[in-house]
Write a protein that binds this ligand. Structure first.
Ligand SMILES: Cc1ncc(COP(=O)(O)O)c(C=O)c1O
Length: 379
């Protein structure tokens, strides 16, 4: 089994450590541990290893499912990994809606075969008919990320339900990574609540600002969860005990509504500020699809050859990290040219870069000021 290098992580690795400002982070700024009790007592494994039964039942109820239909994981990353391994075998096939977070295409591609269905710019619309056409008899999985990283597109309830029906009619699971879902003002129901073929994954990383807890879960039908648990014994065994201890508080009555309200408020204020900045620089070719969440996928300004060359100039001249669109192409992920020579029916992701605005507003202001200077010099 082979897997592509994780293009975005390799890009960050090159620049993140030395740069002053990170404008490519996909989540909201992190909360401080002082908001929580951080003493879980004895530092053993979480027992049972797929999560505390009572806590699991509480979370499963959010999906109208039972505790046996949920497993706690180390973040969404592990939840997605387990879902793909449980659903797919060597001879199976997945349809992946792209562009998307690289692991959602790289892992199914490492296990079996995938077909990509591309969102259509500039609004990154999903044509469900294309998914229907891409499905084969051996398709086990349709993969969606909603709201989408990197475009910020939030597909409507109607689209997601239609997609669910297409997957279910072909006896495939619809796996939806919903890690940004609770940053939306009006949320679409999770796919795990839509029926037997729905598998939802998420964590406290993005909407709650608690990435360091490494706490997430997957929720779906018993059969798939059985397979996921079997793989999990070979990955992380159990989620972190600190993660579960703090997650219980963060998702409890006392904290959850307050955390989400604060985070949504920060996201909305920062989005408005970035919207303003983009309209001031529209004449230089800067545009976006107004995103849900805290990521926008912006067109590379005029005069730059590609996302990668633009982002490289910005980090070298202004010490700001942005994420080149090429990192989301997933075509030949690690290569310098990935995404630049796309076939004509595939959006050229080298024309974009991802801008993350979930950081504290003062840091965002400093970043926008430097980016404004950069754009002024390169008019
Ligand atoms: C769509 C998506 N899924 C999963 C992850 C990883 O999340 P976690 O920290 O919960 O593992 C990310 C991180 O950027 C992401 O954008």
């Amino acid at each position: 089994m082979e897997i592509e290098p994780f293009s975005l992580e390799r890009w960050f690795d090159q620049y993140e450590h030395d740069a002053d400002i990170m404008l490519a982070e996909s989540g909201i700024r992190s909360l401080d541990s002082s908001e929580f009790d951080t003493d879980p007592g004895e530092l053993g494994y979480v027992i049972p290893t797929d999560g505390d039964p009572e806590f699991k039942a509480e979370i499963a109820a959010r999906y109208d499912r039972g505790p046996e239909e949920i497993a706690f994981t180390c973040g969404t990353q592990e939840a997605n990994f387990l879902a793909v391994l449980a659903a797919m075998g060597e001879d199976s096939h997945a349809v992946v809606v792209t562009p998307t977070y690289q692991s959602l295409q790289a892992v199914p591609e490492a296990v079996g075969e995938i077909s990509r269905v591309w969102l259509e710019p500039p609004d990154w619309n999903l044509d469900v008919e294309e998914v229907r056409e891409a499905i084969r008899p051996e398709t086990e999985l349709v993969v969606l990320n909603n709201p989408n990283n990197p475009t910020g597109r939030y597909h409507s309830r109607e689209i997601v339900e239609t997609l669910y029906d297409v997957a279910a009619a072909n006896d495939a699971y619809l796996l939806c990574d919903e890690v940004y879902r609770l940053l939306a003002g009006e949320t679409v129901p999770p796919v795990a609540s839509m029926g037997e073929h729905g598998v939802s994954t998420t964590s406290l990383t993005k909407a709650y600002g608690l990435a360091g807890l490494r706490f997430g879960w997957l929720c779906g039908p018993t059969e798939l969860l059985g397979g996921a648990r079997q793989w999990k014994d070979y990955t992380t065994i159990s989620p972190p005990i600190f993660g579960q201890h703090v997650a219980r508080q963060a998702l409890g009555e006392e904290h959850e509504a307050d955390i989400l309200a604060r985070n949504r408020d920060l996201a909305a204020r920062n989005r408005e500020r970035v919207r303003e900045f983009i309209s001031e620089h529209e004449h230089q070719g800067l545009t976006w699809h107004d995103p849900v969440g805290v990521n926008g996928f912006l067109a590379v300004p005029d005069g730059f050859e590609s996302g990668r060359s633009f982002c490289r100039r910005v980090v070298e001249e202004e010490s700001i990290v942005l994420a080149p669109g090429e990192c989301f192409a997933g075509l030949s992920g690690g290569s310098e040219e990935a995404g630049t020579n796309s076939p004509s029916d595939v959006p050229n992701l080298a024309e974009y870069f991802r801008f993350g605005f979930g950081l504290p507003s003062s840091e965002l202001e400093e970043g926008l000021s430097r980016l404004g200077d950069f754009l002024e010099r390169h008019r």
